[in-house]
Design a protein around this ligand. Structure first.
Ligand SMILES: [Ca+2]
Ligand SMILES: [Ca+2]
Ligand SMILES: [Ca+2]
Ligand SMILES: [Ca+2]
Length: 102
């Protein structure tokens, strides 16, 4: 797991470098998650080359625009259930008191 985080950070650095050099245009969405490359790097701190940065089953754009969850934290409310699982089960991913029923 530690290795994958390092790789992921390196990819992020590489993307940031490429975009610094080429100058990312607003409107470019490399990974098709609904967030501009530049916004992902500068604002959301998500991965511009990966649609689901925190790997919780929800794309970065969905988290920001639809669910208002943290796209870099798979369990936004810290209740032990991933955001994607909470959406699937109908509980509130932003409320630790709301959890999927067993
Ligand atoms: Ca994107
Ligand atoms: Ca992304
Ligand atoms: Ca996600
Ligand atoms: Ca949760």
């Amino acid at each position: 797991m530690r290795g994958s985080i390092v790789v992921r950070t390196r990819w992020g650095a590489l993307f940031a470098l490429v975009f610094l050099v080429s100058g990312p245009a607003r409107g470019e969405d490399f990974d098709g998650d609904g967030l501009d490359d530049r916004d992902e790097i500068e604002y959301y701190e998500t991965h511009p080359g990966e649609a689901d940065t925190d790997n919780d089953g929800l794309e970065d754009g969905e988290e920001v625009d639809e669910h208002e969850t943290d796209p870099t934290e798979k369990d936004t409310d810290g209740d032990g259930y991933d955001d994607g699982e909470e959406i699937d089960e109908g509980s509130d991913p932003n409320d630790p008191e709301s959890v999927p029923r067993d």
